[in-house]
Design a protein around this ligand. Sequence first.
Ligand code: ADP
Ligand code: MG
Length: 569
Amino acid sequence: MGRIVILPTVVVDQIAAGEVVERPASVVKELVENALDAGATAITVELEDGGRALIRVNDDGAGMDREDAVLAVDRHATSKIRRAPDLVGVTTYGFRGEALAAIAAVSVFELETAPAGGEGVGTRLRVRAGRLDGVDDAAHAPGTTVTVARLFANTPARRKFLRTRRSETRAAVEALTVLALARLDVSFRLTSDGRTLLDAPRVSSVAERIAALYGRGLADQLVPVEHGDGYVSVRGLAQRPDSARTSGRKAHLFVNGRPFKDPFLVRAAESGYRATIPAGVRPSLFLAIGVPGDRVDVNVHPAKLEVRFRDKAFVERVMEEAVRASLQPMAAAAVVGVAEPAAAGRPVAAQGLPGAAEPDAAGVVQQEALFAPAEGGVPGAPLDLVQLFDTYIVFERPEGLAVVDQHSAHERVLYEQAMAELERGGGSAQRLLLPLTLDLAPEELEVVEQYGDLLARVGFEVEPFGGRSVVVQTAPNPHPRFDARRCLEELVADLARGRLSGLRNRLERFAATYGCRAAVMAGQRLAPDEMRALLRRLFACELPPHDVHGRPAIVTMSRAELERRFGRG
Ligand code: ADP
Ligand code: MG
């Protein structure tokens, strides 16, 4: 009998405080988020003894009138949502209405506030261990100051879990840093026992904010990330692979402007680096994801540190693509050799030796641009493309239903491009940040010697490395999933075996083998823009759309045939 009781509010608040307020850094986070939600443009944070003695956050935001100020410290008191549906796509940092109550439950708490445009009379309100302990008039500029003293003084067990002053200070600075990365339009300052530890004036670019928070050094090592696919966009900055180190990296994720933690998404971003960084090296990442509000649930963690995406796998994929795409042009900037664009539409019949061909201005396509998003419409390539079995691209043409084999099509495109490059004397290549070393069989070494000049012209700069080894300094970059090592190994093995030997000359054989090995493979998922770009290139080809083995790249089912089959004809 009577074993169940309803807990007193004070106990409930202390339990809630346990979830929301773990240490001074969490207080800083909650109070600064409130200031941001109130539209502040300047926020200062003061710490004493790592926040254990005192935390004070001042803002120039909207402030509160007296009635609201008294309500604000109650549990479940919020101005940010009204009904459950408001939770979907909520854009404020706060919405649970428990932070102030939770903080006040475990500290000596004081709130001073004045609404903007009020009569200059503000409110001062004190709460001790969760009990309202006085409301007075107070002079305060429009905005709010919250002072949290003696955190956990009434819960000694929790106070014992606090770490040293230094480590609590560091955590608080980190909490403010994260928010400062999210809001460039607000200035932030943090002092600790009178010393300024963070000073971030308003800026217009993330790079400037990073420079203010971490120093110029890191800011200069970052490249912009900007990528979108479907409803997901990713923007931000990623560290150049050659600057990344094994320790001390910063990884910050945001979704719709809200900081959150997710090791899997960080890992997805890291996989965008592929082989450009050695194992154990961790790049710094500052990445902001944009998704429609109903695709992400931000109410899955009491302190809102985690979020849940509706389609996590897709977001991870876009993340990886975004980072990879951002590193591509950077790597290509270190182009070696002749970086003249390849003439996609050049007739292969005009064969000659390097330098003999004139580049043909029309139809010139940069090699890197193959998979770049097409600007505007694509002549001959409809916008509605479907990829079937990760292998075929299906679309409508005036004459009927067209199905393209992505590998055959790309092989054709690369073959023509390679022929043009071989004749003209060089395509674009990128210097590998980590040169590849290959161990070859004797007959393969011979191939490398024999075809060395042609390999260099399509972008592979291969040098002997003693014994049976060669070192590869540069590689072409025909598509984002290109695996340079594998392509070169297979290319050399094919040439050693004399595959495709029926072709007329050495150049053709080489270009055909290269096209086959460098092309996207069946089973590789392509983004809509990639499919469009591939078709555009395919339609610009001079030769009939067959691959180098003579298999068709396009199969069409005519409209007449469809009509006959459906008994319409
Ligand atoms: P939440 O942020 O989830 O709404 P809080 O307990 O953090 O809950 O804050 C309760 C309410 O107090 C907020 O909804 C807001 O209306 C008000 N408030 C808190 N801090 C400030 C501030 N710095 N400036 C203006 N209003 C504030
Ligand atoms: Mg809040």
